[in-house]
Design a protein around this ligand. Structure first.
Ligand SMILES: Nc1ncnc2c1ncn2[C@@H]1O[C@H](COP(=O)(O)OP(=O)(O)O)[C@@H](O)[C@H]1O
Ligand SMILES: [Mg+2]
Length: 253
């Protein structure tokens, strides 16, 4: 059997704050298989972002074991962690963090330029990704010339620029209206199906959580519930239609 993409075993994370130890993750056991799509829900402060940051190698756990793509993260020096992150992970946050001076296309090309990849190749891929997220007519726009939903689509395309195995999203629709949120949700499904990207979405959005095949509920730094269900029917009913529909196929990775 294939190895899971992420395996957390008794993961604990604490912060030192004002001279006190704050235990945020208190023994998380979680396995995420390659190609899975799941959401992490739970009250504010439950530890969702902290867990996502640890899985994404942006932060390190205090104890326990956390494996990503076969590598024990707790054993890797920061240089190797950064390599693994660049090779394996794409991030989408609540606020898009696009560079305001650059066009949509340039924003999507940027992670690859930083990695020293050839510009031509990167531009072709960025163009395809932007078309895929429904922004064919917006590639030359700067973030200030795009709507909130369009900005988040650019952020999504940028997250996919290096063909990540794992896409981590923290409240990706937290800042959008419900119709726009729904279109972004559909894009996540589309990406999961088309690229087989494993996707983990932290969300407060009940409609998004309800549409996911797996929902993990955190409570006080522990997994309270881990539910799976068949959502094939929902996905069929909710496939995007019309002008906003993502176009084309792209071979990233
Ligand atoms: N760098 C940090 N230093 C101190 N406390 C932190 C830090 N990051 C998060 N926390 C605390 O950890 C708890 C969980 O935070 P977080 O993972 O962001 O929760 P959630 O995303 O579920 O709302 C909160 O009480 C928060 O204040
Ligand atoms: Mg959070």
């Amino acid at each position: 059997m294939a190895e899971p993409l992420v395996t957390a075993t008794n993961v604990k994370k604490s912060f030192q704050h004002m001279g006190r130890t704050l235990e945020v993750l208190r023994g998380i056991d979680l396995t995420i298989d390659t190609g899975e799509m799941l959401s992490i829900v739970g009250q504010s402060g439950a530890g969702k972002s902290t867990l996502l940051h640890c899985i994404g190698t942006l932060d390190v756990v205090t104890s326990g074991s956390l494996k990503l793509a076969g590598e024990e993260l707790t054993a890797l020096p920061s240089r190797r962690l950064a390599d693994l992150r660049n090779r394996t992970i794409g991030f989408v946050f609540q606020f898009h963090h696009l560079l305001p001076e650059f066009t949509a296309l340039e924003n999507v090309v940027m992670p690859g330029l930083i990695q020293g990849r050839p510009r031509k190749e990167l531009e072709a891929r960025a163009q395809s990704l932007l078309e895929e997220v429904g922004l064919k007519e917006r590639v030359k726009h700067r973030p200030g010339e795009l709507s909130g939903g369009e900005q988040q689509r650019v952020a999504l395309a940028r997250a996919l620029a290096l063909g990540p195995k794992l896409l981590l999203a923290d409240e990706p629709t937290g800042n959008l209206d419900s119709r726009t949120s729904d279109q972004i949700h559909q894009l996540f499904f589309h990406i999961n199906e088309l690229h087989k990207t494993t996707i983990v979405i932290v969300t407060h959005n009940p409609a998004l959580a309800a549409s996911m095949p797996r929902v993990v509920t955190l409570r006080d730094g522990r997994v309270e519930k881990d539910e799976r269900r068949d959502v094939a029917q929902y996905r069929k009913a909710a496939m995007p239609t019309g002008a906003e529909e993502p176009t084309g196929k792209l071979d990233v990775g």
